[in-house]
Write a protein that binds this ligand. Structure first.
Ligand code: SF4
Length: 411
């Protein structure tokens, strides 16, 4: 059985380090100005160079996305960035536009190219076509089911295939969508999606424009356009049997906390599935972990359907679910004192239910033992405070501390 890599989103350097710490085999990020996640999830060339150094020291690969629907005015930047990416040694560039592909092949013929899911590749001949253009890996369309993916993998074993296993789904076909551009002037195809498919919509009758009606269903709101999130952790043996090279987690815009939890949970599960696919059982605690990050309810998307596009993953009940949030990250472990130094990223009050996420386990932290640097107990700490906790085992720098959200902060 092929051992696929676990590919994790890394919108910035901190998320890249977090992904590596919690078990990613490879990470992907955006190239400044050219990816489909504008600004908050892109790296400058200098940041990418540092990210590549850090990742390669740990045997982790880095892929850089330039998957914008490019206009002529973008091509000069594509050319410049391609040269820089080749220079710093990224392990692949992700693109969707044939023009961008042409520039990349001309400027850096040896740079591995991955075709973005945005290119909507759904069949063997399309895979062969792109491979003949110099594409090494195809990120298949999310609209395929696992049987169709397995058939493509059998047809073209010489091509690397990548599929999504976790994260947000786009209601539009392979993310080709004008809703955001139409409603806000910010185009999803230029990396600026404002996610209007997740908004709440109302109906108005023409003669009563000031009496809008919420579209409801079973007494709850119906977010008619909003997809649930993909979660394939329960079906990893079936996913592995499809024979792909890379399993991708969506979410370059997600938080460090999200990256930590989802990466380590899939690491645990994937290692178990690879070790014993026939005996694989998705542990309830893995599902519980994935419920502790922001999500919109989970679906298996199109993967388990065997004919047609029978996606049944609309979220008709509620918006985001979230029970825990980021409390802080570990800056230092002090073995002599049995303490960790944590930089808080949110308010933390003594008594809050707090946990330290290690790559292999979760430790309860007693937040009433939180102190300042002089060892004085703290009743509360705020964003950017540096505080100490007692721990009885080594803790890696960058480990994430989470806290259960008080009821008032639940979405
Ligand atoms: S608005 Fe929704 S469906 Fe359209 S691109 Fe954005 S996330 Fe996808």
């Amino acid at each position: 059985m092929k051992k696929p890599e676990l590919l994790v989103p890394a919108g910035d350097l901190e998320k890249l380090r977090t992904a590596i710490l919690y078990g990613a085999d490879a990470v992907y990020t955006g190239v400044e100005g050219l990816s489909l996640r504008a600004q908050q999830a892109e790296m400058t060339t200098a940041e990418l160079a540092e990210g590549v150094r850090t990742a390669h020291q740990r045997g982790v690969k880095v892929y850089a996305a330039m998957n914008i629907a490019a206009k002529n005015s973008d091509l000069e930047l594509v050319k410049q960035k391609t040269g820089e990416l080749a220079e710093i040694g990224v392990d692949g560039v992700i693109l969707s536009d044939p023009g961008v592909l042409a520039v990349v092949r001309r400027v850096a013929p040896h740079l591995p190219v991955h075709l973005s899911t945005q290119a909507n590749t759904t069949n063997t001949e399309a895979v062969r076509f792109w491979h003949a253009q110099g594409v090494r890996r195809i990120i298949l369309a999310r609209e395929l089911n696992l049987a169709e993916i397995a058939a493509i993998a059998r047809d073209v074993p010489e091509v690397e295939l990548e599929i999504f296993v976790h994260g947000a789904m786009c209601l539009a076909y392979s993310g080709r969508c004008l809703l955001s551009a139409y409603l806000t002037g910010r185009s999803a195809n230029r990396g600026e999606c404002t996610h209007p498919c997740r908004w709440e919509y109302m109906l108005t009758e023409r003669s009563r424009p000031h009496e809008p009606l919420l579209v409801t269903e079973d007494k709850r709101y119906s977010y008619l356009l909003s997809a649930k999130d993909l979660r394939m952790i329960e079906y990893l043996p079936e996913v592995l049997a499809a024979g792909v090279s890379s399993l991708k987690i969506e979410g370059r815009m997600k938080t460090v906390y999200y990256v930590a939890v989802v990466t380590r949970t899939y690491r645990w599960a994937l290692d178990a599935a690879l070790k014993d696919p026939d005996g694989y059982r998705c542990a309830p605690e893995w599902l519980a972990e994935l419920d502790k990050v922001s999500n919109r309810g989970y679906t298996t998307g199109f993967y388990l359907k065997h004919k047609g596009e029978q996606f049944a993953g609309l979220n008709t009940e509620e918006s985001y679910r979230r029970s825990y949030g980021l409390a802080g990250t570990v800056l230092q472990y002090r073995p002599a004192e049995g303490k960790i130094l944590v930089e808080l990223r949110n308010q933390l009050t003594a008594g809050d239910e707090t946990e330290l996420l290690l790559p292999e386990a979760t430790l309860a932290l007693d937040s009433t033992t939180m102190t300042d640097e002089n060892g004085q107990p703290l009743a509360a700490g705020h964003n950017s405070y540096r505080v100490y906790f007692r721990v009885d085992r080594p803790v890696p720098v960058g480990a994430v501390v989470r806290r259960r959200l008080p009821r008032s902060q639940l979405p």
